[in-house]
Design a protein around this ligand. Structure first.
Ligand SMILES: NC(=O)C1=CN([C@@H]2O[C@H](COP(=O)(O)OP(=O)(O)OC[C@H]3O[C@@H](n4cnc5c(N)ncnc54)[C@H](OP(=O)(O)O)[C@@H]3O)[C@@H](O)[C@H]2O)C=CC1
Ligand SMILES: Cc1cn([C@H]2C[C@H](O)[C@@H](COP(=O)(O)OP(=O)(O)O[C@H]3O[C@@H](C)C(=O)[C@@H](O)[C@H]3O)O2)c(=O)[nH]c1=O
Length: 284
């Protein structure tokens, strides 16, 4: 297999990719550190592309602080839009296939129905908007790309909702958790495996794809499921979005239809509760 070059290797998904490749016999995947792999620096990107001549480039780099992005529009846009565009341009120049990760937060989510890849995007937040702009630049500048939209990513690595809940569960007797935002949790290890499956397929069905775990949950359901797998006895109260004001607005319903990725790559996707068990087992 030809080289695979990963950007954003120090983040959550970058770590998941490292974990699934380290014992898999895949030796041609390169995880440069951020000092040499800054996606805002086109020259640095081109140096890496010259060195490794990658067949695939995986972009895990992003500005992911959803609430902070509301006050940091310029930086969020630089990383999520301009950084994605820089990689797209390099991929075109070097005939590399770009695998880029996007988000369910590109959707408004005001209707409770499965979202497919053709549904119109209408972000509610700066994070969602800048991720959508990144998608649009990739479509403009790259020829060969997979844009994988995922949702509610968690794992044993980095910062995520599961780790936040485990910490808060130990600190507090009671938590109030939003029950009227509905989506699907996605285990980063499953997403990393899906990315490798796409690469190993060697297919050329480029475009946008939705990938999350199977099933549906609210943040409240997710929290209850996390605590049920531990000895945490903190009381969890369901609340509405109005009762938990945040700087960024989030979609009320962002469950994605995964038919396209499943049929194109003959992929089977684990249910979120099954994958959560694996993550909790790795964490405690
Ligand atoms: N986390 C989630 O719940 C979800 C994430 N996604 C998408 O999945 C992808 C992976 O997310 P996740 O791993 O959780 O995110 P993380 O925030 O854990 O990782 C992002 C990484 O990008 C790095 N980074 C930031 N700026 C640059 C830059 N200029 N050049 C190179 N690297 C940079 C960050 O470094 P540093 O920390 O030093 O800034 C960090 O290591 C992202 O595209 C995200 O939008 C989609 C849906 C849900
Ligand atoms: C800590 C906490 C959060 N919440 C709510 C707020 C919010 O609506 C929801 C999730 O909060 P977080 O801020 O942890 O998660 P958030 O950063 O909104 O997660 C999103 O991240 C980006 C990167 C994505 O792309 C999305 O798919 C999604 O995963 O939980 C509570 O209701 N009670 C609480 O005590």
């Amino acid at each position: 297999m030809n080289n695979i070059l990963v950007f954003g290797a120090s983040g959550q998904l970058g770590h998941c990719l490292k974990r699934v490749t380290e014992n898999s016999g895949i030796s041609n995947i390169v995880f440069p550190d951020e000092s040499s792999a800054n996606i805002l620096n086109q020259q640095a990107i081109n140096i890496l592309f010259d060195e490794y001549k990658p067949a695939y480039c995986i972009n895990c780099a992003a500005y992911t602080a959803v609430d902070k992005a509301e006050d940091n529009i310029d930086l969020a846009r630089k990383i999520n839009k301009d950084g994605a565009a820089n990689l797209a341009k390099a991929c075109k120049q070097y005939n590399t296939i770009l695998i880029h990760i996007s988000t369910d937060f590109v959707f408004e989510g005001n209707v409770p129905r499965l979202l497919n890849e053709e549904d119109p995007a209408k972000p509610l937040s700066v994070y969602g908007l800048t991720k959508l702009e990144g998608e649009q630049d990739i479509i403009t500048f790259a020829d060969k790309y997979y844009i994988l939209r995922t949702s509610w990513l968690y794992s044993e690595f980095g910062n995520n909702f599961v780790k936040t809940m485990l910490r808060l569960g130990k600190e507090k007797d009671q938590l109030r958790i939003i029950a009227d935002q509905i989506g699907t949790p996605t285990y980063g290890i499953d997403l990393a495996k899906a990315i490798l499956q796409i690469i190993e397929s060697g297919k050329t069905d480029y475009g946008i794809y939705h990938y999350s775990n199977e099933g549906v949950a609210s943040w409240f359901d997710f929290t209850k499921a996390i605590f049920d797998l531990t000895d945490i006895i903190t009381e969890v109260l369901p609340i509405t979005t109005d009762q938990y004001p945040t700087p960024a607005r989030r979609p009320a319903y962002s469950v994605m239809d995964k038919s396209k990725i499943k049929s194109t790559f003959d992929m089977s996707i684990p249910y979120w509760r099954d994958s959560l068990k694996d993550c909790i087992a790795a964490l405690i």
